[in-house]
Design a protein around this ligand. Sequence first.
Ligand code: U53
Length: 389
Amino acid sequence: QRHKFWETQPVGQFKDIGNPTLPEGPIEPPTPLSEVKQEPYNLPNLYEWVTCDIHDEQMCDEIYTLLANNYVEDDENMFRFNYSKEFLRWALQPPGYFTAWHIGVRVKTSKKMVAFITGIPARIRVRDEVVNMAEINFLCVHKKLRTKRLAPVMIKEVTRRVHLENIWQAAYTAGVILPTPVATCQYWHRSLNPKKLIDVGFSRLGARMTMSRTIKLYKLPESTVTPGFRKMEIHDVPAVTRLIRNYLSQFIVAPDFDENDVEHWLLPRENVVDSYLVESPETHEVTDFCSFYTLPSSILGNPNYSTLKAAYSFYNVSTATPLLQLMNDALIVAKQKDYDVFNALDVMQNESFLKELKFGPGDGKLHYYLYNYRVRHALKSSELGLVLL
Ligand SMILES: CCOC(=O)c1cnc2ccc(OC)cc2c1SCCC#N
């Protein structure tokens, strides 16, 4: 029966949509820490909790393999996300992370990892309130255990462990509708390797279009065009922090990044995150910034290809270079690095460049959720300044 679990949780309920008397903000007050359940929730008998030290090579391997074989697929089962190990270590070890929030479920006898869920701490501003939250991600149950109702108890257990750290709100996304989306975003895709996307069946040759005409349509310059466009370096952290804090202040929901956060989330890491900035050749001021993260996908059941190399737009700021030109340079760099596709959500100001840079709308939507925090009415995706991995 629909949302049996979510109707028991402090989240916006469908029945409350449009009720103007309900105030924006926390739905339930914090619980005194002494009253938070001290022991883990009970799992079905065959299974046990395991706290996952993602830094441990063997544990990281097990998590990588569980996700690579059982994590999210698109509706047509053409792709499955294939997060790399170095990406997982980056995603799960931001400043102030808690190992206890990286939670596995394994079979008591075989010790086989069969499920996973994570939280990381994040300061997220909602309008003018900065709230300490947990970002919940990587909820994955092995394909063979999907009917055992493991997800609700895993969500309750990560919530319990977050409460023990005196954090009472959370943010998460899903491709499915749950009570109640704070915003609903659309994926957009920019072909970089149109022949491969057509060969795997994601894209189709347009009417009256040949393959060579299609390749020409998506062709990009060999090199970037913006003077002063270069990779971000560690000494740029203060300037980039100023730039991105100012830029994100215009959105209703956005991360409250400090320099430590910027150093972790935006400094380039090979095969994980790429970030570039524009340093004015005259004034040496940092005026613009763009970034994308690397999330490959397994291509399912295709004899000729096994992996899709996908770049995902992350945080972009333009104050001097037109956003259109800045993002075209990002596409150029992604093509230089042999990505097959550059993906973006219609969040922030992305709508201003998507069509002109030849992105096409995806058929998947991404719904954003807040736990124990009511937002009176759903936001437009352009009011969202938050990109979750
Ligand atoms: C070619 C465009 O599609 C994707 O890049 C892609 C790749 N892998 C996925 C794995 C699971 C999946 O489940 C929803 C979707 C994809 C998608 S489309 C949505 C992500 C974006 N942009």
